[in-house]
Design a protein around this ligand. Structure first.
Ligand SMILES: Cc1cc2nc3c(=O)[nH]c(=O)nc-3n(C[C@H](O)[C@H](O)[C@H](O)COP(=O)(O)OP(=O)(O)OC[C@H]3O[C@@H](n4cnc5c(N)ncnc54)[C@H](O)[C@@H]3O)c2cc1C
Length: 375
């Protein structure tokens, strides 16, 4: 009998898993809570690393399409101090994919969705409960009363995973506040800001706070303000005036990024699972991506979610016993993620420290370059 695989969550991890399984001739259903691929803005852009995100795309047979969508020039980044002085300026080799090219999240998700048979994603299926069945596998209950059964359940349902409590009672902790603004059509409406940000990323590093800006493929700019975790209500950060007061004394060319935001700022809490989170294997269920190892957002989460997907798919394709496959994936994933989660926590603390500028310069001057994989 065919093994029925259910993937909860159609983010980058869940879709990469479905795609690589499909390439191996294994069907899976992705249950996604959103109503359609365009139901929600997918956010900013990501840099995909050769050893993780790009490797997963190569296993998905999508390295070529990635190259046609990605922006190697988006790897350019500058780090400034609050007076606007350049501390670091990294310029990638023109047209080179050997570093960490940027791709808009929406383009990446579309690329994965377009590579799947039309009925793989069950939209508008928010998982609310997964119950072990006496004969093995799980009964799934969705918002609105739909039910489904599966033999193997993969929780790819992100930070607030519904599947995670089946395996671990690890709790999220609050590590920072992120306030986001967007500036559309920047070249025409704000040419000075478009030039300041350049084709990639800009970080302006102060004491315990960062003002960052990122160029998107659609000509917009995404602005992000990172602040230390505190007790203040999120509503404190919903006014541009209040944000500008926090950047009192900064060069006005930099704070112009806040003033130019199209609409009111959107604050949110950034959370993480404890470093070293792991669980004892249980039959027929596992986690990938943020559901398994939510980390501070310093450039690894999506890359590791996609690599989890590639490694789990590879094990399931190679091993006739799904539990042996899941166990092999989990042991390798725990070992791989532990140092990455530790590094992410360190970088997050470093970025919001009083000595951030010096520490960040040291960090960037150490980063290695690796060759890009092909399909
Ligand atoms: C501001 C910010 C910047 C970041 N920048 C980077 C970066 O530059 N590089 C990088 O590698 N990572 C980055 N990350 C991290 C990255 O976004 C995540 O690690 C990555 O998206 C995880 O992928 P995922 O598939 O595990 O989860 P998600 O992308 O969160 O996808 C989960 C999916 O599951 C769905 N879902 C949730 N609950 C349910 C449910 N109950 N039932 C059904 N569906 C459900 C959601 O709608 C979603 O589609 C950043 C994160 C943030 C917050």
């Amino acid at each position: 009998m065919m093994m029925r695989i259910a993937i909860a969550g159609g983010g980058l991890g869940g879709l990469t898993l479905a795609r690589i399984l499909h390439r191996h001739g294994i069907d899976a259903v992705v249950y996604e809570r959103e109503a359609s691929r365009s139901a929600r803005s997918q956010g900013g852009s990501l840099d995909l690393h050769p050893e993780s995100g790009q490797r997963a795309l190569a296993q998905a047979g999508l390295a070529g399409r990635f190259r046609s969508e990605a922006r190697p020039e988006g790897e350019e980044h500058r780090i400034l101090d609050p007076a606007g002085r350049t501390l670091v300026h990294h310029t990638p080799q023109p047209g080179s994919f050997s570093g960490r090219p940027e791709i808009d999240r929406a383009a990446l998700r579309d690329l994965l969705l377009d590579s799947l048979p039309g009925d793989t994603v069950a939209w508008q299926h928010r998982l609310v409960a997964a119950t072990p069945r006496p004969d093995g596998g799980f009964g799934l209950t969705f918002d609105g009363g739909h039910h489904a059964d599966c033999d193997v359940l993969v929780g790819a349902d992100g930070a607030r995973s519904v599947v995670r409590p089946l395996l671990t009672d690890a709790k999220l902790s609050y590590v920072a506040t992120l306030v986001e603004l967007s500036i559309s059509d920047a070249d025409r409406r704000h040419p000075d800001l478009a030039e300041l940000v350049g084709p990639g990323n800009l970080w302006c590093v102060g004491v315990n706070q960062i003002l960052a800006a990122q160029r998107l493929g659609d000509g917009g700019i995404r602005v992000g303000i990172s602040l230390r975790a505190d007790d203040r209500h999120l509503d404190t950060y919903r006014s541009k005036r209040a944000l500008l007061d926090m950047f009192d004394g900064w060069d006005s060319n930099l704070t112009a990024l806040v003033e130019a935001g199209d609409s009111a700022p959107t604050p949110r809490r950034i959370e993480a699972l404890p470093t070293g989170t792991r669980w004892a294997h249980q039959s027929g269920v596992t986690l990938i991506g943020d559901a398994a190892h939510l980390m501070p957002p310093v450039g690894e989460g999506a890359n590791q979610a996609m690599l989890d997907a590639a490694e789990l798919a590879g094990e399931l394709a190679a091993n006739p016993d799904p539990d042996s496959a899941i166990q092999a994936y989990e042991e390798a994933m725990f070992t791989r993620i532990h140092p990455i989660a530790e590094m992410s926590a360190r970088v997050q603390a470093m970025m919001l420290s009083p000595t951030a500028a010096d520490d960040i310069i040291r960090f960037f001057s150490r980063r290695p370059t690796e060759p890009a994989p092909a399909d």
